[in-house]
Design a protein around this ligand. Structure first.
Ligand SMILES: Nc1ncnc2c1ncn2[C@@H]1O[C@H](COP(=O)(O)OP(=O)(O)O)[C@@H](O)[C@H]1O
Ligand SMILES: [Mg+2]
Length: 363
């Protein structure tokens, strides 16, 4: 669902950027056409346009484009045109600095410059407040995304817990009852067994035991009971064993010194991070060895999952993309949710280390 949302946001953003750019170009073209049009009409026909019209229209339009370069180009163009027009109008030798028309033109240009400066200041402040608004919007969106992913992690955990409980109560208990019944039948049949029925019964018993075992494994994956009963190191060892069987990557769990028990939420978060990091080792690292190290002192809890595989460039995965990078983000969110920090140290060809560190008393 998030992927769909993000994809939609991307395309909307694109079209929203595209529209103002298009409008701007149309406005800039209109400003030039209007300015040149007014000047040409004033020069070449009997129509005498007021200077305010020649200055005013273009400047108002330039203001709408919010383009400072265009504003000053227009101002320069209008200033030059004003003096050139004046020079063409006065008879040769009639010019003096006190001449009435010259003083008027000078005042025109001064007011033009004043308007241009005002517009420039307005454009700058409008740009700044827009940039600030964009920044605030970006930050809000990031906060919102972080909240959503944290919520997803919580929902995932509670769903897993509910599923494990259902499996235990609905399927597990019934299978156990079935196994007991079959054992009773077996005992009762032992007096007069037919070879065929006896073989079927044995077969059924084995099937039921195997199914119970599979369900236990699934339940353990969903919500490892070992975690509740024996703590993080035990569950990491159990998981590493399964991981070796499944993937063939030699995986060791090292406990730096006797581990103290941590709050349940912290133990669960650290275990899930190790699970995801090992899943990445299996999926991407092409590693021969992996090591899970857990160190807890009164001041620090540090969990490291290291592999000797192909490594990657972690800076390329700061933001999740459509089809990858969610694992790293969820790991970061899980760590943040219990006040820990997650660092990924890796480079192509140099293996990978995922380090979760929690300073001070965990929450
Ligand atoms: N241990 C690792 N070794 C090599 N590459 C890795 C390792 N862990 C992660 N990566 C790279 O980082 C990317 C992002 O990982 P992740 O966020 O877990 O996303 P996903 O598993 O959904 O692709 C992976 O696609 C992979 O290229
Ligand atoms: Mg992953």
């Amino acid at each position: 669902m998030i992927r769909v949302l993000l994809a939609d946001e991307g395309s909307t953003a694109k079209s929203e950027i595209g529209r103002p750019l298009y409008k701007r170009s149309v406005l800039i073209a209109a400003v030039f056409v209007v300015t040149l049009g007014l000047i040409i009409v004033d020069f070449t026909t009997w129509i005498e346009l007021d200077v305010a019209a020649i200055y005013g229209f273009p400047l108002v339009l330039a203001g709408a484009t919010r383009n400072r370069r265009l504003l000053w180009a227009l101002t320069a163009l209008l200033t030059i045109t004003t003096f050139v027009a004046y020079a063409l109008q006065i008879p040769v030798g009639a010019f003096t600095l006190q001449e009435k028309f010259f003083v008027n033109r000078l005042l025109d240009v001064v007011s033009l410059l004043l308007i241009a400066v005002l517009l420039h200041i307005w454009m700058t402040s409008a740009d700044t407040s827009e940039a600030q608004a964009r920044l605030i919007k970006d930050q809000n969106e990031k906060l919102e995304a972080a909240k959503v992913s944290r919520r997803l992690v919580e929902v995932q955990e509670s769903e897993r817990r509910a599923l494990a409980n259902e499996l235990h109560d609905l399927v597990g208990q019934k299978l156990t009852a079935l196994s007991i019944n079959l054992n009773i039948v077996k005992t009762q049949m032992s007096s007069s067994p037919t070879a065929q029925a006896s073989a079927r019964l044995e077969d059924s018993l084995t099937l039921v035991e195997e199914t119970i075992e599979s369900i236990r494994n699934v339940m353990a994956e969903l919500r490892p009971a070992v975690l509740d009963d024996f703590g993080l190191t035990a569950v990491l060892r159990w998981y590493a064993e399964q991981f070796v069987k499944r993937t063939g990557v030699a995986t060791a769990v090292i406990e730096e010194r006797p581990t103290r028990r941590l709050p349940p939420a912290t133990e669960e978060a650290l275990f899930r991070i190790a699970q995801e990091a090992l899943a990445n080792v299996a999926k991407y690292a092409r590693a021969r060895k992996a090591t899970v190290t857990l160190e807890t002192t009164p001041q620090v809890v540090c969990l490291t999952i290291a592999d000797d595989g192909c490594g990657f460039d972690p800076t390329a995965f700061h933001q999740p993309a459509k089809d990858h990078g969610w694992g790293l983000m969820v790991m970061r969110e899980r760590a943040a949710a219990v006040g820990a920090q997650l660092d990924v140290e890796s480079a192509p060809g140099c293996g990978t280390r995922v380090i979760v560190s929690l300073k001070g008393d965990p929450p």
